[in-house]
Design a protein around this ligand. Structure first.
Ligand code: NAD
Length: 303
């Protein structure tokens, strides 16, 4: 039987509607709206397109959005001063610095300068620590892992006691999602294994997984025979494997995207599976918006 396809696009729409309704209600009751600043240094085309999508989504939800574009020549000192300005601005609840930054700027220094209570990306060491402690300590989970967990919950997959195998140990996906799945609480309580490039028998670990989360960045890494029948497969990988003419504008070429899992074969074995594109991808910006709303509620002490 073919797997249930977990549509990130559909889940995104449901969550955005919930956020928009809550923003409207809070605005009416308390006369405040979430404020998000997006700081873009330079004009890297991929960064411009990510930031544009973030701004568009924030506007759709009724957020106060500040778009702060800076020259690629901005000094580290000036960028740190800019962050300090937004740290002190009460109308801004979330600060997003689009990565990568130009080589002359120390990314770590910049991310660490963001007030942890406005760190809606969840990359500040304070928020990484809070995530590790779990429970009420958590303020902002990083957006892609938060999106993955939300998809699992909304698909109705049982996580308590489930064997979760995470392929990849990056700081933005693998490590945080592994940590989140082993915490106490809804959408978690799992038994977690993290596998990576030094793991001896990748296939054997994957075959045990009730929930298989793959974030390696290697197209087709996970073979269909590595999937336990009925498992939930979350494919985080986004790999450009070629180009094709755009469906909307055939004169224009667009990237062909593939995940880390052989989707066509895997969907005949898995119980549920995310496609690429249209799976985890749409969830990241959605969770950024959710974190910004949370940041405003913390700041205004709204339950
Ligand atoms: P990364 O390169 O930082 O980490 C990849 C991890 O996978 C590493 O820990 C490495 O050990 C492991 N790995 C790589 N090849 C492997 C192999 N052959 N066997 C076992 N383990 C292997 O990547 P990342 O930032 O975590 O991203 C992973 C993928 O997810 C990429 O394709 C990226 O584009 C995608 N991604 C998507 C979203 C989204 O959809 N919103 C967000 C972040 C990342």
């Amino acid at each position: 039987m073919s797997a249930k396809i977990i549509s990130g696009t559909e889940i995104r729409e449901a969550i955005l509607e919930e956020i928009a309704a809550e923003v409207k209600e809070i605005k009416e009751k308390h006369s405040i709206v979430p404020g998000l600043v997006t700081i873009l240094v330079g004009e890297n085309p991929a960064s411009v397109s990510y930031v544009t999508l973030k701004i568009k989504t924030a506007h759709r939800l009724g957020f106060h959005e500040v778009q702060d574009n800076q020259s690629p020549d901005i000094s580290e000192e000036d960028l740190l001063a800019l962050i300090d300005k937004y740290n002190k601005d009460d109308s801004i609840h979330g600060i997003l610095v689009q990565l990568p930054l130009p080589k002359h700027i120390d990314e770590k220094k910049v991310l660490n300068a963001i007030d942890p209570d406005k760190d809606v990306d969840g990359f500040h060491p304070v928020n990484v620590g809070r995530l590790m402690i779990g429970g009420d300590e958590v303020k902002f989970a990083p957006c892609t892992p938060a999106g993955i967990q939300e998809m699992i919950i909304r698909t109705g997959v049982e996580t308590s006691g489930a064997e979760v195998v995470v392929v990849g140990r990056s700081n933005i996906v693998g490590k945080p999602i592994a940590n989140m799945m082993l915490q106490k609480g809804p959408g978690a309580n799992s038994t977690v294994t993290v596998v990576h490039t030094r793991t001896k028998d990748l296939a054997a670990h994957c075959k045990r997984a009730d929930i298989l989360i793959v974030a390696a960045g290697v197209p087709g890494l996970v073979k269909p025979e590595w999937i336990k029948p009925g498992a939930c497969v979350i494919d985080v990988g986004v790999n450009r494997v070629g180009e094709k003419p755009s469906a909307k504008d055939p004169g224009k070429m667009v990237a062909i995207l593939r995940g880390d899992v052989d989707f066509d074969a895997a969907k005949e074995i898995a119980g549920s599976i995310t496609p690429v594109p249209g799976g985890v991808g749409p969830m990241t910006i959605t969770m950024l918006m959710k974190n910004t709303l949370k940041a405003m509620k913390f700041a205004a002490e709204i339950q």
